[in-house]
Design a protein around this ligand. Structure first.
Ligand code: GLY
Length: 267
């Protein structure tokens, strides 16, 4: 049931959301499972402003990092860091074209979190990391290799976190396939990840007509969610979930979603 105390949470949390201005090179982004389509950069920037406003309305202070014109995918800041209360792990993205994105995110986190780092030959994308209480589920994807996942486990074990690798099918990142939408519920595409990997969690299946519908951003009691998945949004609302719609059409063409475009810190 919603509101269950099985996964207890504080009722008032202040958040900082770190975002980055959309790169003028976005149309040259990495694509793994999607065909390339023209991207309207002006519209992408307009939509990103609206996304940042949704974050503010959900209780975040938004801190926008400067554009990286030479890094097409740099708006997808989630992939560069795994931020926890106890520290932050600077990733080593699986796509070599994205490795130059991490330094400025690490600089932004200086003073906010103790920084740890994934080292070569490990690779890890933050989009593969789903934290549920004290367990970090990590997609064994084309971006996050076994060495990166093992390093993450070793770095976080002293803080009492357990890391579990999760097999994926046909999608870029674990959070393309599953995200948390309520204190005790996950939203999941069963074609891409098996629900039984998440023991103790109820899962809401996406509407089969909306394969990309499992990527939702839960923050401050609200769920920021793409307008491109109206059937699944309606199902979430029926469950009493506070769905806040945002149009992400242009970053979706770049194989990004609502979680990818921010890093949320509890402060
Ligand atoms: N275009 C998003 C990514 O491949 O990282």
């Amino acid at each position: 049931m919603l509101g269950s105390t099985r996964h207890s949470e504080p009722t008032t949390i202040a958040h900082v959301a770190i975002t980055r201005a959309v790169s003028r090179a976005l149309e040259h982004c990495e694509l793994t499972h999607l065909a390339r389509r023209p991207i309207d950069l002006g519209l992408a920037r307009h939509q990103h402003v609206a996304y940042e406003q949704a974050l503010r309305e959900a209780g975040c202070e938004v801190r926008q990092l400067a554009e990286q014109p030479w890094h097409p995918d740099s708006v997808f800041v989630e992939d560069t860091i795994v931020a926890l209360d106890e520290g932050a792990v600077v990733t080593r993205p699986g796509a070599p074209s994205r490795r130059g994105e991490v330094a400025s995110m690490a600089a932004a986190l200086e003073g906010l979190r103790t920084l740890l780092r994934i080292q070569p030959p490990g690779t890890l994308d933050g989009g593969d990391v789903l934290r549920l209480d004290r367990v970090l589920y990590v997609g064994a994807s084309a971006r996050s290799n076994a060495e990166g996942i093992a390093q993450l486990g070793r770095l976080l074990a002293p803080f009492g976190y357990r890391v579990e690798a999760v097999p994926l099918r046909d999608c870029l990142h674990l959070k393309t396939a599953v995200t948390q939408v309520a204190a005790d519920r996950l939203l999941l595409n069963p074609a891409w990840v098996d629900a039984d990997r998440f023991a103790g969690w109820e899962s809401v299946p996406i509407d089969p007509a909306e394969p990309h519908a499992a990527n939702a951003l839960r923050v401050g009691g609200a769920v920021i969610y793409p307008v491109s998945c109206p059937r699944t949004a309606a199902a979430l609302r029926k469950l009493g979930i506070d769905v806040r719609s945002v149009d992400m059409s242009e970053t979706e063409k770049a194989e990004g979603g609502v979680t990818c475009c921010s890093v949320i810190l509890e402060v």
